[in-house]
Ligand binder design. Structure first.
Ligand SMILES: [Zn+2]
Ligand SMILES: [Zn+2]
Length: 171
C-alpha cells in the first residue's frame, strides 16, 4: 500500500489483490472495492482505521499498530463511547468518562467549584436534577446523543440562571 512515484504517471499504488495492477493514487479507493469483489478469496483485510487500506492479513496487525489514521480515530471514537473498537474494560471506562468533542464547553462547568455542594446531604437523584453536572449519555445512537447534549445545554443554562438569580437576591 505504499505510494510510489511513477514517471509520466504520477503517484500510484500497487494493488494488494493483484500486483500487476498499478493504480493512480486518486483512484485507489474505487479500484480496491472493485478488486475486493473480484478476489473474494484473497487473504486481504481492511484496516479498521481507514477503509482505503487493504492489507494482506498477515501484515494487518502490524499495519494497524502503525496506521497513520489510528491516532485520529482513537481521539474521535473513544470519547463518544459508542462501543467503537474499545477492546478492554479500561478503554470502555475511559470512553464513559470522556466528553464528546461538541460538548467541550461543558468540561469547565463540571470542574467549576460550587462552594455549597459539600454541605448538602448526598442524594444522587436530587443532585443530578439541581446541579449542572453532565449526566452521561450512554447506550444512545449518535443523533440521540446530539439531542441529549443539546437538552443538557438548555438544562444547565437554566440551572445557572436560576442560581445567579438566587445569588443576586441574597445580596
Ligand atoms: Zn486490483
Ligand atoms: Zn490503516
Amino acid at each position: 500500500m505504499d505510494v510510489i512515484e511513477v514517471e509520466n504517471f504520477g503517484p500510484a499504488i500497487i494493488c494488494p489483490y493483484n500486483k500487476s495492477h498499478l493504480i493512480p493514487a486518486a483512484r485507489i479507493q474505487w479500484h480496491l472495492s472493485k478488486c475486493q469483489r473480484q478476489y473474494p478469496n484473497a487473504k486481504i483485510a481492511v484496516c479498521r482505521f481507514n477503509a482505503s487500506h487493504h492489507i494482506p492479513q498477515k501484515k494487518l496487525k502490524h499495519h494497524e499498530s502503525i496506521c497513520p489514521d489510528r491516532v485520529l480515530i482513537e481521539r474521535f471514537m473513544y470519547p463518544l463511547g459508542d462501543g467503537g473498537p474499545a477492546t478492554s474494560k479500561m478503554e470502555q471506562r475511559k470512553a464513559e468518562y470522556s466528553m464528546p468533542d461538541d460538548a467541550s464547553g461543558y468540561q469547565q462547568t463540571v470542574d467549576e467549584n460550587w462552594d455549597d455542594m459539600d454541605a448538602l446531604p448526598y442524594n444522587p437523584e436530587e443532585y443530578c436534577r439541581n446541579n449542572p453536572i453532565i449526566r452521561k449519555a450512554m447506550h444512545m445512537t449518535r443523533s440521540e446523543k446530539r439531542q441529549f447534549y443539546a437538552d443538557e445545554r438548555v438544562r444547565i443554562t437554566t440551572i445557572r440562571a436560576k442560581r445567579e438569580e438566587e445569588e443576586n437576591k441574597k445580596k
